[in-house]
Design a binder for this molecule. Structure first.
Ligand SMILES: [Zn+2]
Ligand SMILES: [Zn+2]
Length: 176
């Protein structure tokens, strides 16, 4: 550990192993008082397309963590774990995730730990690796438009309606 010039501590990089993730998961369960008795962590490699997923009916419930995703976003593993842990006791739907996230933020602020993102989108969705292009969709006629630079609005050149931005986020895990 070394002290950087602005006084923040630089922790040695987290080693992404089942053992370390299991330890962190147990700490998260304790800190956020999650009603989870048992779980298992499994790592997924290059061919795995998602940030993570969870088998809630397995015995014990199993969280699959993508290695490439967390190589790309090395600070996100605790958020991913908290998201997947939520599924274990809230079910596969994200219906109750907004209030789950609010409770997590409350504890996070109280403890001063800064683990939970203050934006619900960052808790609900995984980051999309497509960050260099700004992707917009026209919901009226379903045409897609990419921009090389980020724009603030986009009107469809086919039907003239305003497009919606869809870049930056994608579903974290399988939705049922
Ligand atoms: Zn259109
Ligand atoms: Zn999810």
């Amino acid at each position: 550990m070394k002290i950087l010039k602005h006084g923040r501590m630089s922790l040695s990089p987290f080693e992404f192993t089942v053992e370390n993730l299991t330890k962190v998961t147990n700490e998260l369960i304790e800190q956020f008082e999650l009603p989870i008795e048992d779980f298992k962590i499994v790592l997924r490699g290059r061919k795995y397309r998602r940030a993570a997923s969870v088998a809630i009916h397995a015995n014990p419930s199993t969280i699959y963590m993508s290695v490439p995703y967390h190589d790309r976003y090395p600070h996100d593993y605790k958020v991913t774990l908290l998201h997947e842990l939520g599924h274990i006791f809230l079910g596969l739907s994200h219906e109750e995730f907004y209030s789950y996230w609010q409770e997590l933020v409350e504890i996070d602020v109280e403890d001063g730990t800064n683990i939970v993102p203050r934006s619900f989108e960052e808790f609900r969705y995984a980051r999309s690796p497509v960050v260099l292009k700004d992707k917009w969709v026209c919901e009226a006629c379903n045409t897609v438009k990419y921009y090389k630079k980020r724009v603030h609005r986009s009107n469809c050149n086919v039907c003239g309606k305003s497009r919606q931005r869809v870049s930056g986020f994608k579903p974290m895990c399988v939705e049922v």
